[in-house]
Design a protein around this ligand. Structure first.
Ligand SMILES: Nc1ncnc2c1ncn2[C@@H]1O[C@H](COP(=O)(O)OP(=O)(O)O)[C@@H](O)[C@H]1O
Ligand SMILES: [Mg+2]
Length: 278
């Protein structure tokens, strides 16, 4: 192969690629049953599904945070920019540019917002000037955090704490953020504000996002592509605008079936049967 062809082949490799991953907790509880998904460089990908579907487990399998929960990747592999990352420590992965923002806004409640943000730079050995520049960048995207910089994080609002958690991740200068349920427990207006900032970071700073969300319709408005998970498997995928208008997706998530919320697979099968019968 010529060097140009090699470079082409390398650029054709997916950016983040999860291949047939199986995860078992406590040696016996099988939670992910062969999950495969891809994130292209510069994109926002939504990982959707009800509570318990396996979204957080998928994100933790990428960021290598399963160990703390007695979880293991028992099959499959995960690659970032063509290199296996499934044996890396979370810290090494952050240095390579991938960072997770955990579900439930993990800020240090007794530290101020600014102190929380500064802790996010711990993996980088940087000058004071560089640190200041990183902080200013976070404040540029999250002006609310600037006004609250000296407040103890524990006393700020849920939205501000979620912003603080994302801002803290930004301090590590990531290429890719694994964002777990940023909308959880927040008022719709704050959710929009946060998603707008995510979109902004994506288009202006070229940060790629893999975003786990139960809030399907909001996530699909901001994402480029989506995967729907159920019971440890991907049951559907597609361009975000196609998923958002897909009748099966709408029926399931907006409860248009009128018989309560069934499994997504049931809705699909039910619709198919309906189509066959009519
Ligand atoms: N540490 C753990 N030990 C055992 N089971 C777990 C653990 N964490 C999650 N699970 C189980 O794995 C399944 C998927 O959970 P999770 O990945 O948190 O789903 P989601 O983020 O989509 O709500 C659930 O059934 C949950 O009970
Ligand atoms: Mg979760």
């Amino acid at each position: 192969m010529t060097s140009a062809a090699t470079a082409n082949a390398a650029s054709a490799a997916p950016y983040l690629s999860i291949n047939n991953v199986e995860v078992i907790y406590d040696h016996v509880i099988l939670v992910l049953k062969g999950v495969s998904l891809q994130v292209e460089k510069g994109s926002i990908v939504a990982l959707l599904g009800a509570n318990g579907a396996g979204k957080s487990t998928t994100l933790k399998s990428i960021s290598n945070l399963l160990g703390a929960e007695r979880g293991d990747v028992t099959k499959g592999n995960i690659e970032f920019k063509g290199q296996r990352i499934d044996q890396m420590t979370p810290n090494d992965l952050v240095k390579r540019g991938v960072i997770q923002v955990m579900e439930g806004r993990h800020c240090f409640g007794h530290l101020t917002i600014e102190e929380n943000l500064l802790t996010g730079a711990y993996t980088r050995s940087i000058s004071r000037a560089d640190l200041k520049e990183s902080l200013e960048k976070v404040y540029h995207y999250f002006p609310r955090l600037k006004t609250r910089r000296t407040s103890q994080a524990g006393y700020t609002s849920g939205g501000e704490q979620q912003m603080c958690a994302i801002g803290r991740a930004l301090m590590a200068k990531p290429e890719m953020i694994l964002l777990d349920e940023p909308s959880m427990g927040l008022a719709p207006q704050i959710v929009e504000e946060i998603f707008e900032i995510v979109k902004d970071l994506n288009s202006r700073e070229q940060v790629s996002f893999l975003l786990a969300e139960q809030n399907t319709m909001v996530a699909l408005r901001y994402a480029d592509y989506g995967y729907i998970m159920e019971n440890g498997r991907i049951v559907m995928e597609g361009a975000a605008n196609e998923l958002a208008t897909n009748e099966d997706v709408k029926e399931f998530y907006l409860g248009l079936a009128g018989e309560g919320r069934k499994s997504f697979r049931d809705v699909k099968h039910y619709r198919r049967r309906k189509r066959w019968l009519s």
